[in-house]
Design a protein. Sequence first.
Length: 93
Amino acid sequence: MAATTVIMAAHAARVNAINAIGTVVKLDPSNFQKVLRRTERPLVVYAEGGVFSTKFLYLTSYRGLTFFTKSNAPLILPPDTELIVAEEISLPQ
């Protein structure tokens, strides 16, 4: 009985996290860069993460959707990009 309650609570937390952030679209780095090129003065949140190797994480918004990518190397961003460096980017699973 207790295990079922924990599973239900975890599911509810996941649903609430998704509702709070909205839809997150995961793209490969080249398609993420295409979204940035469509945006005038894009705002990008950036963080480095990874356990065994460094991963470069990027998040941006376009037309009401949130786009995310993870890359093995830093991306070349458009020159007019406003960059926010975050300690961590955490997305609902």
